[in-house]
Design a binder for this molecule. Structure first.
Ligand code: ARG
Length: 609
């Protein structure tokens, strides 16, 4: 594994130095070498190194757990060797490394690794001088398809989840220096536009010269649907409008554009509030490419007639349900547009990693698309990584699908408004409105409102459903955005209240070195240094809850440190008598790591709240 990472780095011309590898990756290299030296016949086993959960434990900071597996493998070949002996052999073959203080074999064959303090001091000093640098990973061109609501329909909580998770994935991958393309695959094409255009022609006959005031597009949609169901002549004209639209008739295109604009503006308001960036590339974009992907599939003889439709199986064994590529009326489907889109993404966008952030309900669809794309030669698994990043549903406090009291789908703008209202109440209850300036209060209010909505979504394993409750998400204890934001402001205030200038950390470091003598200082330092491991782990599986858990761990370990280590000493009169520069530097390092993590999670750190 390590060799291929280094090779790939060389190939992409990256000049990352050793010290931007995560600690786990460093150790993996060391143990790969040790295993290869001790047991050359097993030099290709995957190296198992992981951080130990409780960093203050006596079992070291990281563990290598290869000995047990190796013993088993040897036994299968008739060699009987206790794992403990194997562990000792591996230990003996470990090359010296500046990051390792000592290595011990414990129990049945665990190899416990203790980090070196000087290494930690250097790494944190570096962090304080240069900010948090990304760990070295092989670079990819990633296309993330997220949010992707539908025109004229309500953008619902499912789309909100996709928007929040997708944005964070983009931020994470951008932090890791990947080349990221953010795509909003808007549902802006399809038969419903026929009736919308026909209805527009009747309601606003002058639409070509004067922008129609469609205030409520959902109501407009309902009206047109009603006519479509009840009025044969209207229905006929609606079908005809689909044809004129898809053939590019200027008047139909104009009407379609006007309708899309209404939704587009609504969506944009949500994106602005949540600080989300997307490039719109709706299904309509693929119209001509759907024609050519059909040609491709036909030329490869992958289309099959089935009751007037043309279908494609994902493999020659005809597994699962086939994709419908052409309907019996000659029209295209969601399947066709996704086949055209995946081809465009790989062949034209030249992406080698595709990510679709869409609810779990569509996993069958994406499975079929991915397999079919492989079957017809668009996707090559040895070059392209393709992920359906699926997620569960949002539940109401009654445990059922999240709805308003009257049973309607919740309007996202209402949800965000409610968040703003409750966040203000929370701040007022703490008397913060008495202390903060109006501007500071507004900043805090927004950070808490949007932060808690995003964080709740991200802090659970995305596969599971979760219950939406403002009360829970606004709790200032436990793993919540509010707790993290409060802890951050507390940390940020320490340097500010020290009476000393910490604005230029490099200057401070020139006169005061970082020391990690106290047990709690050392524990905090080791926690912070896990950041690269955590980021790599999050990116590998595209799971953000690991990053949330890490932030929470930092805050807890920081609080332990702060409770037992004075940063600023005051006399009885409350005057500062002594400040501990090293400890305040450690506070600043903590704030630096948290800021970077918050940024990925879409939390806005505030210095006062
Ligand atoms: N518009 C779709 C929906 O609301 C989601 C689109 C997801 N992206 C894709 N390439 N199919 O369900």
């Amino acid at each position: 594994i390590n060799q291929s990472i280094t090779d790939e780095l060389k190939m992409t011309g990256d000049s990352h130095s050793e010290d931007t590898l995560s600690i786990t990756e460093h150790l993996e290299k060391i143990f790969a070498q040790a295993i290869a030296t001790a047991y050359p016949a097993y030099s290709d086993v995957p190296v198992l190194v992981a951080p130990v959960n409780n960093v203050s434990a006596k079992f070291g900071d990281y563990q290598c757990n290869n000995a047990m597996g190796l013993a088993k493998q040897m036994k299968e070949k008739g060699i009987s060797k206790p794992p403990r002996e194997i562990a000792i052999e591996i230990l003996k073959c470990c090359p010296a490394s500046p990051i390792i203080e000592k290595i011990e074999v414990a129990g049945a064959g665990f190899v416990n690794i203790f980090l070196n303090k000087n290494y930690a001091v250097d790494a944190l000093t570096n962090l304080l001088r240069n900010g948090l640098k990304p760990p070295a990973v092989p670079k990819r061109r990633v296309l993330v398809d997220f949010s992707s609501p539908n025109i004229a329909k309500q953008m619902h909580v499912g789309h909100l989840r996709s928007t929040i998770i997708g944005e964070s994935i983009c931020r994470l991958l951008e932090f890791l220096q990947h080349d990221v393309i953010r795509i909003n695959h808007l549902g802006d094409w399809g038969t419903q536009f026929g009736m919308l255009i026909a209805h527009l022609e009747d309601r606003f006959p002058n639409f070509l010269n004067e922008s129609p005031p469609i205030g409520d597009l959902q109501a407009f949609y309902k009206e047109s649907k009603k006519r479509f169901d009840e009025d044969e002549a209207f229905k006929k004209r609606a079908y005809n409008r689909v044809v004129t639209l898809q053939s590019g008739d200027p008047n139909s295109i104009k009407a379609w554009t006007l309708i899309c604009d209404v939704s587009r503006q609504e969506f944009q308001k949500i994106y602005d509030r949540l600080n989300v960036t997307l490039k719109e590339r709706g299904e309509s974009f693929y119209q001509s490419r759907m024609l050519s992907v059909v040609d491709l599939l036909r030329s490869k003889q992958l289309l099959e007639l089935d009751e007037g439709r043309e279908i494609m199986w994902q493999d020659s064994e005809k597994t699962g349900i086939p994709l419908t590529i052409i309907k019996s009326d000659g029209g295209f489907t969601y399947d066709t547009s996704d086949m055209a889109a995946i081809r465009h993404r790989i062949e034209e966008e030249q992406a080698n990693w595709l990510i679709y952030v869409v609810d779990s309900g569509q996993s069958t669809h994406f499975n079929s698309i991915f397999k079919a794309a492989e079957r017809c030669g668009i996707v090559d698994p040895s070059l392209h990584r393709v992920d359906h990043v699926q997620f569960g549903v949002v539940l109401g406090e009654d445990g059922k699908k999240f709805k308003t009291r009257s049973g309607d789908t919740v309007k996202l703008s209402d949800l965000l408004d409610e968040g703003m209202k409750q966040s203000l109440q929370k701040l007022q209850a703490r008397g913060r409105d008495q202390v903060l300036t109006p501007e500071e209060l507004l900043n805090a209010q927004e950070a808490v409102a949007y932060g808690c909505i995003k964080y709740t979504d991200l802090c659970h394993n995305r596969i599971s459903d979760y219950v939406f409750s403002f009360e829970k998400m606004l709790d200032d204890r436990g793993n919540t955005a509010v707790y993290l934001l409060y802890t951050y402001t507390r940390i940020a205030s320490i340097a500010r209240n020290s009476g000393t200038d910490f604005s230029n950390l490099s200057d401070v470091l020139n006169t005061h070195a970082l020391a990690l003598d106290h047990e709690k200082e050392w524990k905090l330092a080791k926690t912070l240094l896990k950041v690269h491991d955590v980021l790599v782990k999050c990116a590998n599986g595209l799971y953000l809850h690991f990053l949330c858990e890490f932030c929470y761990e930092i805050c807890i370990v920081f609080t332990e440190f702060y409770d037992s280590c004075y940063c600023i000493e005051k006399n009885k009169a409350g005057e500062i008598v002594k400040i501990n520069h090293s400890r305040i530097l450690l506070c600043e390092a903590t704030a630096t790591v948290l800021r970077s993590c918050f940024n990925i999670l879409g939390l806005k750190p505030v210095t006062k709240m």
